[in-house]
Design a binder for this molecule. Sequence first.
Ligand SMILES: Cc1ncc(COP(=O)(O)O)c(C=O)c1O
Ligand SMILES: Nc1c(O)cccc1C(=O)C[C@H](N)C(=O)O
Length: 406
Amino acid sequence: MSEREAELAAELGSELAVRAEKLDAADELRGKRDAFVLDDVVYLDGNSLGALPAVVPGRVEDVVRRQWGELRIRSWEESGWWTAPERIGDRIAPLIGAAPGQVVVGDSTSVNVFKALVGAVRMAGEGRDELLVDATTFPTDGYIAESAARMTGCALRPVTPGEVPGALGDRTAAVLLNHVDYRTGRLHDLPALTAAVHAAGAYVVWDLCHSAGALPVGLDEHGVDLAVGCTYKYLNGGPGSPAYLYVRRELQDRFDSPLPGWNSHAEPFGMRAGYEPAPGALRGRVGTPDILSMLALEAALEVWDGVPVEAVRAKSLALTDFFLECVAAYVPEGRVECVTPVPHEERGSQIALRCHDASDVMKRLVERGVVGDFRAPDVLRFGFTPLYVGFADVERAARVLARTLA
Ligand SMILES: Cc1ncc(COP(=O)(O)O)c(C=O)c1O
Ligand SMILES: Nc1c(O)cccc1C(=O)C[C@H](N)C(=O)O
């Protein structure tokens, strides 16, 4: 770089840093950062594991010491343990555009994918013996879909989301799709794809892991049949926090869970030999809920009080736009290739940059205080969680990235 080029880069850098300060000052979500335990690291990995909400440790301590330690068995009732899955489901519901009574929390996303897919095939009925699955999906969904297909006697057809409309037919039973692609950050058109699946007479299951808490989902509005998602990313529920299952109200009576544990029985304490499913979202429950994780999640969800998901989406887009601008300004052209779509309607809340030495670059970035993650084979992934990431973080991340790539 010539001296003049270096001068220009420094000017541009300070201009972007000043812009970042102004954007942070005008940010209506800025105060939310104080609700989290953070240090001076730029944390861009909230799309894998969200940061710790400050309210959680105290709450968990109360659950352990008082609810478990003192109340013991009484807590199933007195501390609301038994009803936690549906109560916390109702807390998540507004974040994914669902009215109460349709979301239940529990198990992992993988397990809920299984319940939803097999449930969807059972609803589709005779003559429908094909499952379509997003070929670009996070691997667990593909593995589970393969097993679900084998168990239900369906053929499994992996297709890209764009190919779904052309692949649908009168044999399609169900389609499993990701709202946001975990690797590229591409946002898929949930309303249009849902409508296409319905027009073919099939059922759709959406995996919301990378969209819930980052952007509006509108499950009820778009008539989604079933949906699943994790709570440890943008919902900050903590490592291994339980996932959720949404079953649209009109389908609940027909939802025939492949895992009908006693917690989903109409009368669990009747201890009867015969299974009779509970009404409503409760049907998605299986066995005893993991109370410690679940109540940590319940506390974590308090950070959403008074936060419209639309405001989160607006800030997320502003953050990712600004990151792209800073990367373009700081990183030599051609050193990285952005694989996340630029149009807002196709972008989730992450930016994925491809470069041949991505694994090594991410290691060095983390050492320099910018935490993203590496996804094989060659992707640097940066997640932007609007509740605690600011514009100065974004500018610093791009600056450190440029230095690391140099
Ligand atoms: C799209 C998607 N589905 C599922 C999972 C994982 O599910 P589980 O919580 O069962 O590990 C992840 C990430 O871990 C994911 O990104
Ligand atoms: N669930 C994870 C885990 O148990 C360990 C490490 C990472 C994860 C993740 O969530 C990965 C994440 N779904 C991804 O998009 O890559």
